[in-house]
Design a protein around this ligand. Structure first.
Ligand code: FAD
Length: 354
């Protein structure tokens, strides 16, 4: 079924990036709908583990024209969905859910238009703002023997909470903020081993706005060159917070080892041939952008990423100015997503004015 109306824009995804985009499109009086795959408001936050409280998150920027939830012990997977629900309602944002977009392509009849298809529903539009985040694309590297492992394996997306690991020798894989946080919760209650591909970079100084901007600039350079983006968090460096001090005292971070060579049914084999028994492997190995539905538009460069304008600081796809990408690369943080929403709305207006 094709919607009879042609929209000026279709926003795909209603997390922080999609809601900010919709807010700014609305202010510019640009007709649009927001299509979101989830059953309810909250973006990826509604799927985060129960033990993650608003005190544990690294900081959630406010959506335009509102105040963010307080840093209390309330669960993030409740506080932020409640905040987004209220925001969508207060600003009457045109969100339709659940709608999982399968593909975006040139309209067969009018090449300058795009069609956005979700099952048997089709929307016709002049531009899109893609805000689909990364949560639906968890990344787990391949290691020999991993299919034969007899213990449990979880990615961050399925982290069942710390209590689940009591009595289980747990290997935490990954050098990012999630791994640090998991070790902080697990090391005081169970036996942990930490492995990372490269030496973690620890920050001892305060994370000033200047340091944040320098980290974002590193990701911008990659996106400007059309390379696959790194996560902003991966270039900011790691910091221990109060809730991780007990794990630090127990040596959980000091006992880090380089990656193992292979996985066996009862554990892992190190590169030097020695064996380590483990009961569970927790893959805190990150995510990839959820952009498979954009494949028909051929936006990827030869380097594998999507090149964005303004030397990677903009949101417009260089090869197709009908497409805005928000929450991608340098804007994959709540503060970045907010700013990208505004830039995307401006980019849509610029395209429509052509
Ligand atoms: P999401 O919140 O993932 O929203 C994407 C939306 O798109 C979802 O609602 C989804 O249903 C929808 N969608 C996906 N695919 C489709 C499709 N094909 N069709 C239709 N809809 C689709 N950042 C911070 O700034 N502070 C933090 O403390 C912080 N903590 C983090 C903790 C973890 C564990 C992780 C993984 C990330 C964290 N981040 C944090 C980064 C964070 O993910 C981003 O800042 C921000 O929340 C992402 O917003 P988003 O709108 O880009 O994506």
């Amino acid at each position: 079924m094709t919607e009879s109306r042609t929209f000026d824009s279709v926003v795909i995804g209603a997390g922080q990036a999609g809601l900010s985009s919709s807010f700014h499109l609305q202010r510019l009086d640009i007709s649009h709908v927001v299509l979101d795959a989830d059953e309810s408001a909250g973006g990826a936050w509604q799927h985060r583990w129960d033990a993650l409280t608003m005190r544990d998150v690294h900081g959630v920027a406010e959506l335009p024209g509102s105040l963010p939830p307080a840093r209390t012990v309330q669960r993030a997977n409740q506080a932020i969905p409640a905040y987004f629900t209220k925001y969508e309602r207060e600003h009457a944002l045109p969100v339709i859910r659940p709608v999982r977009v399968d593909r975006v392509e040139n309209d067969p009849d009018q090449q300058r238009l795009l069609t956005v298809t979700a099952g048997d529903r089709v929307w016709r539009t002049r531009t899109i703002v893609n805000a689909t985040g990364t949560w639906s694309q968890p990344f787990i590297p391949r290691y020999p023997g991993m299919a034969q492992f007899a213990g449990e394996q979880f990615h961050t997306v399925a982290y069942p909470g710390p209590e689940h690991f009591i009595g289980k020798r747990t290997l935490v894989v990954g050098g990012g903020a999630s791994a640090v946080q998991f070790l902080g919760a697990l090391a005081p209650i169970t036996d942990t081993i930490w492995v990372t591909r490269s030496e973690p970079i620890w920050r001892t100084d305060d994370f000033t706005p200047e340091a944040g901007a320098a980290s974002v600039a590193l990701v911008e350079q990659r996106v400007a060159a059309g390379l696959p983006p790194q996560s902003v968090v991966s270039v900011t460096g790691l910091m221990l917070r109060e809730q991780e001090r007990e794990a630090e005292r127990l040596g959980a971070y000091a006992r880090r080892r380089p990656m193992f060579a292979s996985i066996e049914p009862d554990g892992v084999r190190w590169a030097d041939g020695t064996f380590e028994r483990v009961d569970a492997i927790l893959w805190a190995t990150g995510f990839r952008p959820a952009i498979a539905h954009l494949a028909p538009l051929h936006l990827r460069s030869r380097a594998g990423g999507i090149q964005l304008d303004r030397a990677g600081r903009g949101t417009t796809a260089v090869v197709d100015p009908r497409v805005q990408l928000v929450g991608y690369g340098p804007s994959a943080s709540t503060i970045g997503a907010n700013r990208a929403g505004r830039a995307a709305a401006t980019g849509v207006r610029r395209y429509l004015a052509r």
